[in-house]
Design a protein around this ligand. Structure first.
Ligand code: NAD
Length: 272
């Protein structure tokens, strides 16, 4: 283990991503599992994090108070819910800690609040921490520049498990934003998120989104560029949450000790 291995607290340690993150941190020789936070009053407070994650005893127990463990931590990894993440950001600002934020579904106002911490907290905020998705974003930027103004219709189709609470996925929106920026078509104006009834034919410049929620799908995104005579599809399929968790731990190592700023996975992976 390197002497610079950051001490990591996982917030939402009992969640689907939280349990996978416990696994990912313990597999990483350059990261230390310092704490795991569960909801206040949860019956899981005091439980061994390894046992929660199905790994056997690790000797680190879940706490239901982030404030109580914060002094012993360098960086938080937070995959919870928007309001939880924002209150944790305030704690990071007060106590000089870094944070990796995987939470999705933030409203514009919530993103503005998050952004307000950029001068005080080193943070990585990314709707998708997988290396493959972040490379895909690069490919989409290139494809949109080459095809978007040449009569190719752009559609984003995403599928996730039945428990997901926000739609379209943060990743689908990020894909849309990357293409919208490349084509100078603001997503607020050109994004189409619903088609129902007599909605008329498609317009040339719209960027369409379609959502599937079913079963245990971990996360699949396809972007279609379709024109008369051909269709290009760029697809990413996640088959395990471990891909997001490993990316988040990599981001935690990268952001720990860095100066305050709002970073994303393109920064972490040096894809900019
Ligand atoms: P989940 O519902 O399984 O887990 C969320 C957990 O947060 C729950 O266990 C809940 O008890 C806990 N929680 C809520 N309030 C809390 C609090 N105040 N303190 C501590 N814990 C608290 O959901 P999930 O599938 O793990 O996803 C969580 C979030 O991560 C979602 O927004 C999802 O979209 C996002 N996500 C992001 C990525 C990425 O790569 N960025 C990948 C997968 C999921």
């Amino acid at each position: 283990m390197s002497s610079h291995a950051p001490r990591i607290a996982i917030v939402g340690a009992a969640g689907r991503m939280g349990r996978t993150l416990v696994n990912a941190v313990t597999q990483d020789p350059d990261a230390i599992l310092a704490a795991g936070i569960v909801e206040s009053g949860s019956s899981l407070a005091g439980a061994d994090l390894g046992e929660l994650a199905g790994l056997g005893k690790l000797g680190v127990v879940a706490s239901d108070s982030l404030g109580a463990v914060l002094d012993d931590v360098d960086v938080l990894i937070d995959f919870t819910a928007p309001q939880v993440t924002l209150s944790n950001l305030a704690l990071c600002a007060e106590h000089g800690k870094a944070i990796v934020i995987g939470t999705t579904g933030l409203s514009d106002a919530e993103i503005a609040t998050l952004d307000g911490y950029r001068d005080r907290v080193p943070m990585v905020f990314a709707p998708n921490m997988s290396v493959g998705v972040n490379l895909t974003l690069k490919l989409l930027e290139t494809a949109a520049k080459a095809l978007g103004d040449e009569g190719y219709d752009i559609e984003v189709i995403e599928s996730h498990h039945r428990h997901k609470v926000d739609a379209p996925s943060g990743t689908a929106l990020k894909m849309g934003e990357v293409m919208a920026d490349a084509l100078e078509r603001p997503l607020k104006e050109y994004g189409v998120f619903e088609r129902v009834g007599q909605c008329g034919p498609r317009t040339d410049k719209e960027i369409g989104f379609a959502t599937v929620r079913a079963g245990d799908i971990v996360g699949e995104h396809t972007v279609m560029f379709a024109t008369e005579g051909e269709r290009i599809e760029i697809t990413h399929k996640a088959s395990s949450r471990m891909t997001f968790a490993k990316g988040a731990v990599r981001a935690a190592r990268w952001v720990s000790g860095r100066e305050a700023g709002r970073y994303d996975m393109q920064d972490v992976l040096e894809l900019k």
